[in-house]
Ligand binder design. Structure first.
Ligand SMILES: Nc1ncnc2c1ncn2[C@@H]1O[C@H](COP(=O)(O)OP(=O)(O)OP(=O)(O)O)[C@@H](O)[C@H]1O
Length: 344
């Protein structure tokens, strides 16, 4: 009761700490921040560092910075690659979202990739505590994705969600409010971008950056053949003579480039289905599989995965927001959470 009362005087926050994007929701107000998980750091001549930009502004600096500025993605492949910068980023986003704060420091629920080590979980909690959180809860990504996709996670039924983010694809089977089974592979959006860079280098002798590859994936990427293939022009540096040049690329090329990674995602899904207890598997056969995360937006991925596992596959509404929305819903039940398994 007392804790409930305290909650009325502070803006509790829900944070989806993604490897590609970080979203912050303020309780009762909705999404306050939706920005890339990138930090630009400037070093002075004594080697001292200071934050130059965080989020969208920092992402625009990636690959374009002079020597004394570094644009860093502190979370990579679903793990914390740089603790110090992750902490700076969490602190920056909390302070920005909580600037119109009540007179109490907030309680914060943070969604973290499945399978972070105890040390990484501790680091995330400590960053939020040192940024002024009164209490920090952690929730794992597949669970938040399932809640955000509107699946009836509390029912005694099996639900299967596949969250394809930037660094990881997380597959989870939920039932009775918990994760029964989960698998995380380091094959997701970033890996697809890298596969496109490599394919274009190998087949066209053209060097392109990650940002250009990501644009190609979003603009013309497809998991299945299209009735009318899409075409676009891509600019880069010729590997042989070093000149700047442009070539025509089709959706068929991008599909070929992404094929091995998409096969890995399909194989991971198959292995989770094989391990799912029969009672829950029956529910999944009936209800199908739900895709969340930015990767769910790849053209035809639902059909591709449905063909691979011979089950219906659906795309969640606003898949890029599903994890954040799920974390936000968990925040609304934060008083309940104090007694449940979410508490770390
Ligand atoms: N329309 C689209 N088509 C294909 N991919 C897309 C599209 N829009 C976004 N993406 C990709 O989705 C990924 C980001 O997704 P999301 O924000 O769900 O990841 P994240 O939660 O930050 O990462 P993680 O779940 O690994 O922590 C990026 O790789 C981005 O390129």
């Amino acid at each position: 009761m007392f804790k409930k009362l305290l909650g009325m005087f502070s803006n509790d926050l829900a944070i989806d700490l993604g490897t590609a994007n970080t979203l912050v929701l303020v309780k009762g107000q909705g999404i306050a921040i939706n920005e890339p998980s990138v930090v630009a750091i400037q070093y002075d001549k004594h080697g001292q560092e200071r934050i130059l930009a965080v989020g969208q502004e920092a992402k625009e600096m990636v690959g374009k910075t002079p020597g004394n500025i570094k644009a860093i993605r502190p979370m990579k492949d679903g793990v914390i690659a740089d603790f110090e910068v992750t902490e700076m980023m969490i602190r920056y986003f909390i302070e920005k979202a909580h600037k119109r704060k009540g007179f109490l420091s907030p309680r914060i629920i943070i969604c973290v990739p499945y399978g972070l080590t105890q040390v990484e979980r501790r680091a995330v909690k400590d960053s939020a505590l040192s940024a002024g959180a009164r209490y920090v809860y952690l929730i794992e990504e597949p669970m938040a994705a399932a809640i955000g996709a509107g699946l009836p996670v509390k029912d005694p039924n099996g639900n299967l969600v596949v969250d394809i983010g930037g660094g990881t694809t997380e597959i989870g089977v939920t039932s009775l409010g918990g994760l029964v089974l989960s698998k995380s592979i380091r094959v997701a959006g970033d890996n697809l971008d890298q596969a496109i860079v490599d394919y274009i280098k190998k087949n066209f002798n053209l060097l392109i950056g990650d940002r250009v590859a990501e644009d190609l994936k979003i603009k013309i990427g497809t998991a299945i053949p299209l009735d009318e293939e899409l075409t676009t022009t891509v600019r880069g540096r010729d590997q042989v003579d070093g000149s700047l040049t442009s070539i025509e690329i089709t959706s068929e090329h991008i599909r070929q480039a992404m094929k091995p990674s998409l096969e890995e995602i399909a194989d991971a899904l198959k292995s989770v289905l094989e391990e799912t207890p029969p009672e829950l598997a029956g529910d999944i056969v009936e209800n199908g599989i739900v895709l969340t995360g930015g990767g769910a937006l790849i053209r035809g991925l639902d059909k591709y995965l449905s063909d691979a596992v011979k089950l219906p596959v659906f795309i969640a509404e606003e898949p890029l927001l599903a994890v954040a929305k799920g974390t936000g819903k968990a925040l609304e039940e934060i008083d309940l959470l104090q007694q449940t398994s979410y508490e770390d």
